[in-house]
Design a protein. Structure first.
Length: 381
């Protein structure tokens, strides 16, 4: 079964308040529910020395800890969204810092054997950099999860200064995902009544100017896109999510990932993984609870169609959602009950998965105990 047939909603719940009437019925009717089952890697073993419970054949290690040296810098506090980029015979992992006032982004370059080559900052002095997204032209979009927050386009290679992209909207940004077919960038908003956006740049590859649209109810009961009149939302005027009356509202937009015509995004308030089919212009559900996945947050995926969803709380797991609708844990972090898993991203060759425990074992809200991990193993590609 193709994932674009979606997965059935278990109940209307909180999301039905935002997707009422015909629109909700259409979303549910076009879905087939994902269920817990035996994952492709087998059950998790007991936690290893680094506190990671992994399937047979997988190994894990700690790459960096907040406030401790790595590659020539002190690793930032509250590590959050991340992505990997190729770099010659090695690769780079970038990681946001969800701290106020200092925020920003750090990067670690790895050699071909996986050892740390060096680390460096690519953005500083910003506010609560939460998630983001990689672009096809190898930049990292770092999103501020703050009132009238901005998207910053950063250089993972550290050669160019980061640039704010206010045309992409001033709101409580969470994540971004690029659709190379339609040449747009999808954006989530972390508000209890947040929206789902689409930014169309005037020129693909240049995000300085363009049009910001919001997903809305259509007259026929489906969905369509309508322009946001004032994307840069003045301080005392109506906020972005309230400028278009027909806009759909979602309960705490989080991670965002595009694959094969579908943009998947998560909402933490109701624990759902949504699927916007850009080719058919329909909205459905990929996951609506009932499995091991709880506290849905950051999301990434593979070329083969597997989704990997990180938990904010819950069992501190990363769960896989397979194209045939199986939900199963792949990683569990032991001993971090007051933290959340952030920044899942695969190395360019697909053999290594990077992620962080934002607040570590202490759960301290300032994020000074964050831990960034690497898991190696026979991941499906």
């Amino acid at each position: 079964m193709e994932r674009r047939t979606f997965l059935r909603a278990a109940s209307a719940g909180a999301g039905a308040a935002a997707l009422s009437g015909v629109l909700w019925q259409n979303a549910a009717a076009a879905s087939t529910r994902a269920l817990p089952g035996a994952g492709p890697y087998g059950p998790l073993r007991a936690p290893d020395a680094s506190g990671l419970a992994l399937p047979e054949g997988f190994t894990g290690r700690v790459v960096a800890r907040s406030g401790r040296p790595v590659g020539g810098i002190l690793w930032h506090g509250a590590p959050d969204g991340g992505a990997c980029f190729p770099d010659g015979d090695g690769w780079i992992y970038v990681s946001n810092s969800e701290l106020p006032l200092i925020g920003g982004v750090s990067a670690i370059r790895f050699r071909a054997d996986g050892s740390v080559d060096r680390a460096y900052r690519t953005l500083s002095g910003t506010m609560l950099n939460c998630a983001g997204g990689a672009t096809p032209w190898h930049t990292w979009l770092s999103c501020e999860e703050a009132f009238r927050g901005r998207v910053y386009e950063t250089d993972p290679y550290g050669r160019r200064e980061a640039v704010a992209r206010p045309a992409m909207g001033r709101f409580k940004h969470e994540a971004a995902a690029c659709d190379t077919e339609r040449r747009v960038v999808y954006l989530t908003e972390d508000e209890s009544d947040g929206c789902f956006y689409r930014f169309t740049p005037d020129e693909w590859g240049d995000l300085a100017d363009g049009r910001l649209d919001v997903l809305c109810r259509a007259a026929d009961g489906g969905v369509d896109w309508r322009p946001v009149p004032e994307p840069e939302a003045s301080l005392f005027g109506p906020q972005t999510r309230r400028q278009v009356p027909e806009a759909l509202h979602f309960d705490g937009g989080e991670g965002c990932h595009y694959h094969d015509g579908v943009c998947y995004f998560t909402t933490k308030g109701d624990g759902r993984v949504w699927a916007y089919d850009a080719r058919r212009q329909t909205l459905g559900l990929t996951y609506d609870g009932g499995g091991s996945l709880d506290g849905v947050d950051n999301v990434t995926g593979t070329a083969g169609g597997d989704l990997y969803v990180a938990e904010d709380g819950g069992n501190m797991e990363i769960n896989i959602i397979t194209p045939d609708g199986v939900v199963a844990p792949v990683v569990r972090v032991d001993g971090h009950p007051e933290s959340e898993i952030t920044g899942p991203a695969f190395s360019p060759d697909g053999t290594r998965l990077y992620f962080s425990s934002q607040r570590g074992a202490s759960g301290f809200v300032a994020g000074t105990d964050g831990v960034t991990y690497e898991v190696r193993g026979p991941f499906r590609r």
